[in-house]
Design a protein around this ligand. Structure first.
Ligand code: ATP
Ligand code: MG
Length: 138
């Protein structure tokens, strides 16, 4: 099924200068970059984006990390884009991420884990609309 999903290259990976390498992995896997931009989230942005985690003990650290530097947000499009992106990312904890995944290769810790990807089609639609007006998606 043709799908769209949201990817965020997190501040750690942007600081490591591996944005191009990560975007290339999406393209090599057959996903198309339908939209992309570099932005720095405000605290209000990051708290709203990760609102589902607001009661978790790691919420403040997560928000602090996500606003610590710019991120690159993209809309990825293709067959099974949501699941395909999650597969390319690897497990949340890079120590558990399969070899060859983005998190295994570029992430340092469960906090600084290089990328975010939408975890359902419903959330993908919400997250895409959070960052991109329709006129920025092609
Ligand atoms: P993301 O939502 O960023 O794509 P994910 O879906 O793999 O990652 P979630 O469970 O949604 O993981 O958690 C969101 C983010 O919160 C994780 O990427 C990670 O940075 C952080 N996080 C999750 N669990 C923990 C934890 N136990 N300790 C510290 N940070 C955590
Ligand atoms: Mg998640």
């Amino acid at each position: 099924m043709m799908e769209q999903t949201l990817s965020i290259i997190k501040p750690d990976a942007v600081a490591k200068n591996v944005v191009g390498q990560i975007l290339a992995r999406f393209e090599e896997a057959g996903l198309r970059i339908a939209a992309t931009k570099k932005i720095r989230l405000s605290r209000v942005d990051a708290e709203a984006f990760y609102a589902v985690h607001k009661d978790r003990p790691f919420f403040k650290d997560l928000v602090d990390f996500m606003i610590s530097g710019p991120v690159v947000v993209s809309v990825l499009e293709g067959e099974n884009a949501m699941a395909k992106n999650r597969e390319l990312m690897g497990a949340t904890n890079p120590k558990e991420a399969a070899p060859g995944t983005i998190r295994a290769d570029f992430a340092d810790s469960i906090d600084a884990n290089a990328v975010h990807g939408s975890d359902s089609l419903e959330n993908a639609a919400i997250e895409i609309a959070f960052f991109f007006p329709q006129r920025e998606i092609y």
